[in-house]
Design a protein around this ligand. Structure first.
Ligand SMILES: *Cc1c(COP(=O)(O)O)cnc(C)c1O
Length: 458
């Protein structure tokens, strides 16, 4: 045992090994030393327990390397999305259009007129940068951009309803993913929530009866992630907007998903659009930049000019502002919606438009690349989803691979694939591993096949 311990290499022999030293530039020299120490310590313990002789130098290098690679993958890296969820919040939601990436890159590496009016030389507003495009695409009088839709709703409540009352139908007190609960946001903005109606039925008279001198806002939220069916009654957005106009109070709609165009031609169910909300007469509409808009993370508020102006004057805006790269990417994405034929250059819409035959052919070709490595891989029809909390009840027929790994340990296979470079993320269901091709770029198919082969060899 003592001699086995002596056979272990010195720490510096490992830290200076080129394959490991290379990680110092990625993670820092201390991280490399910590990983070497941990691997040597674990080897010492195994030797002391009589479980192994001193591992060969190469084996130790491999162990340290694996550990460092794992640490490195904690940094933000590109992954291949085989989940079939096109707007996967854990995977960064919407991939950006080439145009948006280029626009962001063009301003990110240098200076820009972010808050400068080039004509007059005066200070300009970053928040109004994409205002003209928003007006054009939504029919609203004005618009502004903040960090995300949660921030947009918070800004609106803080501006108009702090210390006052907000009337909301009980059937719309939503929680969306990631801890966004409408009642809690209301609480944090110091607005008092006044719930009206019941879980299944709400009438306009419920809203009218709830009005007090302290009422500041009539609010509705788009319940995109669930549906109440059966014995139901609801107040239409147009009715709510008309009530607001009659009594002189603004209406706010938290639309969340933020579709600018009708999704039915893309094979999805009807989804309320931003232009529709404006056409219904809603005074302020909040929506996300990275859901059905297919752009960068952002929260967009469009509506009446006077209301947008009041939010622009709110000091809170300073804490919610977006950076120049986001604004550039958002502007470029919005511009694609000006031309109906260009919408398919937004990757989310390109993915929706993929035909089933093409997806199936690609699945066949990935299957063929696996050769004899994955005897139990079958091309199957799958169900893909828009994701991001939108349209959970509207699946898209898609295609992919079903893999039944030996021993039915699909989770172990999933983990090996997440360790691939780039990582491949799929779905584990009833003991099998599923890869859906709809959110995978065709140019990534060979990488997927290689990751699968390596995962099977491991
Ligand atoms: C998704 C969603 C939000 C939160 O949007 P983020 O951009 O993620 O902050 C808020 N409200 C509704 C209705 C949503 O669907």
């Amino acid at each position: 045992m003592a001699s086995a311990l002596r056979d272990l290499p010195a720490v510096h022999r490992l830290t200076s090994e080129p394959r490991l030293a290379a990680f110092a530039g990625l993670l820092g020299p201390q991280a490399v030393k910590t990983a070497v120490d941990a691997v040597l310590q674990s080897a010492r313990e195994h030797i002391a327990a009589g479980e192994e002789d001193a591992p060969p130098f190469e084996a130790l290098v491999a162990r340290v390397q694996a550990q460092l690679e794992r640490s490195h993958s904690d940094s933000l890296v590109e992954v291949i999305n085989g989940t079939g969820i096109l707007l996967h919040t854990n995977l960064g939601r919407a991939p950006l259009a080439r145009e948006a990436v280029d626009a962001a890159a063009a301003v990110a590496g240098g200076y820009s007129n972010l808050e400068l009016e080039l004509e007059s030389g005066a200070r300009g507003s970053r928040h109004a940068r994409v205002g003209m495009l928003l007006r054009e695409l939504t029919g609203a009088e004005d618009g502004l951009v903040v960090n995300n839709c949660a921030a947009a709703v918070f800004l609106a409540l803080d501006t108009f309803a702090k210390g006052r009352e907000v009337v909301v139908s009980r059937n719309q007190l939503i929680e969306v993913g990631g801890g966004f609960r409408l009642p809690e946001i209301l609480l944090r903005s110091e607005a008092k929530l006044v719930e009206v109606g019941t879980t299944n039925k709400v009438y306009l008279r419920d809203f009218a009866r709830a009005l007090t001198p302290k009422t500041a806002l009539l609010m509705r939220t788009h319940t995109s992630n669930y549906r109440i069916d059966g014995f139901v009654a609801d107040v239409s957005p147009a009715e709510l907007a008309a009530l607001g106009r009659r009594i002189g109070l603004p209406t706010l709609e938290d639309l969340g998903s933020g579709a600018l165009v009708d999704l039915r031609p893309f094979g999805l169910a009807y989804e309320r659009t931003v232009p529709q909300a404006i056409a219904d007469g809603i005074d302020l509409v909040a929506f996300s930049g990275d859901k059905l808009l297919g752009g960068p993370q952002a929260g967009i508020l469009v509506g009446k000019h006077a209301l947008v102006a009041r939010m622009l004057a709110n000091p809170l805006l300073r804490a919610l502002r977006v950076d120049k790269a986001t604004l550039a990417a958002l502007g470029a994405t919005l511009r694609l919606f000006l031309d109906p034929a260009a919408v398919r250059r937004v990757p989310f819409y390109a993915m929706l438009a993929l035909g089933l035959d093409g997806l199936r052919r690609r699945a066949e070709s990935v299957r063929a690349m696996l050769g004899t490595h994955a005897p139990r891989a079958d091309v199957v029809e799958t169900r893909a989803y828009a994701g991001g909390g939108t349209l959970p009840l509207s699946p898209l027929t898609s295609a992919g691979l079903r893999i039944d790994p030996p021993g039915r340990d699909a989770s172990a296979l999933a983990q090996r694939l997440r360790r691939a470079r780039p990582p491949v993320v799929g779905r584990v269901e009833d003991g099998a591993f599923f890869l859906d091709l709809r959110a995978i770029a065709e140019s990534q198919d060979a990488l997927v096949a290689r990751a699968l082969v390596e995962a099977f060899e491991a």
